[in-house]
Design a protein around this ligand. Structure first.
Ligand code: BGP
Length: 479
């Protein structure tokens, strides 16, 4: 018997702000991603209220401005995805292309025309589009003028954006997600919630208020989508880091449970079950406020209850290990969540703890918690690739990483998990979210572009390209 279901959705994932470029073309407005420099200064604006984040157009310090020029090369890129045999392609719609300032009433037709073409190109190859409505990219005006997602007015703006794109594309696009890695705001509220130091990023109450406003907005998107077509599948999207206790010390076990609640489960519980979990008050009390301090509209809780998501999309790169008993243990770095080093795991070039078995555990935890289909919509190894003189990259390390994670998925399917598909992150090299640079690469396709913006932007197939093509052709049998 095959390891994966016949209709398994193999593909790849990207996000508008990290690959499109053309940041001012076609009527696009500036987004929060356009205001983030590359390199070590990238997230200073979270902690420094006086940080100067005005956009300097003279230097190549804002890599999101140019991305990998996918805006002009999407046909070539999607043709390469088709050559790998993609069944689906996860991408996001740049909010600032459709509503350049976020608060207009009328959408920008030129922005919609761009996505018309992207979707048509996918259809030409029989590739199913999977759309993230909002992926770390909100109109900058909503950050500056409204203070980001903590402001309830954003519910109206997002609803308008979601209604616009759902109405335009529901006949061609069945699979959607409301917000990328919504839970990442706990440690990283800038890109997802538009909370910078000057508008309260460091006050957790703002983050929870912003989440509430996002939960209601997401539920409204689910409602709009299902009214257009009850068969649309609209999911949430979580950053999941399987979390272990360092040892059997009950103190660490309890801390692990609490980290799971705060980071891995809170946002999913609300979006999948349609209600706030029992431990909500405890999470908020920890930061000195209470659920009753949040601004909650009269109909909000009913809207949440009536419109849960259809599936759970999540990213998985690494696991985290918790130790609160022995503070001397060495810390690990990670995907917006750290913890201590796990002695049983290897780490990526960026110190992320590589853990394929953790993916099998994540799939079991999520599916058995919610009994709704799960979808691995991001996974992969960020590495420094070294092309030879012909721009060929022999990325066996990436192949090994992917193989082990696909084997883990097969294990989860055998465990009974209803797994929809797999869309590895950055299937073509693109700008890294955390570094804002090109040198952290995930792709099966190499893009000739460096951290200073030099390069031809030509695309080259890596060794992993042919490998992944075979994986898809064999439905995961040939690894
Ligand atoms: C996720 C984001 C992506 C992507 C990926 C890799 O958190 O959804 O946007 O960037 O992580 O992260 P990075 O680029 O920081 O290595």
């Amino acid at each position: 018997m095959s390891k994966f279901p016949k209709n398994f959705m193999w593909g790849g994932a990207t996000a508008a702000n990290q690959l499109e470029g053309a940041y001012k073309e076609g009527g696009k407005g500036l987004s929060i991603a356009d205001a983030l420099p590359g390199g070590p200064e990238r997230f200073k604006l979270v902690n420094e209220p006086d940080f100067d984040w005005t956009i300097d157009e003279k230097q190549y310090t804002y890599p999101n401005h140019n991305g990998i020029d996918h805006y002009h090369r999407f046909k070539e890129d999607i043709a390469l995805f088709a050559e790998m045999g993609f069944k689906c392609y996860r991408f996001s719609i740049a909010w600032s292309r459709i509503f350049p300032n976020g608060d207009e009433e009328t959408p920008n037709e030129a922005g919609l025309k761009f996505y018309d073409q992207v979707i048509e190109t996918c259809q030409k190859y029989g590739i199913e589009p999977v759309i993230t409505i909002s992926h770390y990219e909100m109109p900058l005006n909503l950050v500056k003028k409204y203070g980001g997602w903590k402001n309830r007015q954003l519910i109206t703006f997002y609803e308008r954006f979601a209604r616009t794109v759902l109405t335009r594309y529901y006949k061609q696009v069945k699979y959607w997600m409301t917000f990328n890695e919504i839970n990442s705001a706990l440690t990283f509220p800038v890109m997802g919630q538009g909370l910078v130091a000057s508008n309260g990023a460091n006050d957790k109450q703002n983050i929870y208020q912003a989440w509430h406003n996002q939960f209601v907005s997401g539920a409204k998107a689910v409602k709009i989508g299902h009214e257009l077509d009850p068969d649309l599948k609209i999911g949430c999207m979580l950053l999941y880091a399987t979390t272990y206790s360092y040892d059997s010390n009950p103190v660490n076990q309890l801390a692990t449970l609490e980290q799971n609640q705060a980071f891995n489960h809170f946002c999913g519980d609300v979006q999948v079950r349609g209600e706030y979990p029992a431990y909500t008050e405890k999470l908020m009390n920890k930061y000195g406020f209470s659920f009753s301090d949040l601004e909650i509209g009269d109909d909000d809780l009913a809207i949440l209850k009536a419109n849960p998501v259809d599936y759970i999309g999540f990213s998985y790169y690494m696991s985290a290990t918790v130790d609160v008993a022995d503070k001397s243990l060495e810390q690990a770095s990670g995907n917006l969540i750290g913890g201590v080093k796990n002695p049983f795991l290897k780490a990526s070039d960026w110190g992320w703890q590589v853990d394929p078995i953790g993916l099998r555990i994540a799939l079991n935890e999520l599916y058995n918690r919610y009994q709704k289909p799960v979808f691995v919509v991001e996974n992969g190894l960020g590495a420094v690739d070294k092309p030879d003189e012909n721009f060929h990259v022999q990325d066996d390390y990436r192949i090994d990483y992917s193989r082990e994670h696909i084997e883990a998925m097969a294990g989860a399917v055998a465990d009974g998990v209803d797994l929809m598909g797999y869309t590895p992150w950055g299937c073509i090299d693109l700008v890294s979210a955390s570094t804002g640079q090109m040198s952290k690469r995930y792709g099966f396709i190499y893009v000739d572009l460096d951290d200073q913006g030099n390069g031809t932007l030509n695309r080259y197939k890596k060794a992993s390209f042919d490998w992944y093509k075979e994986v898809i052709a064999s439905n995961g049998e040939d690894l």
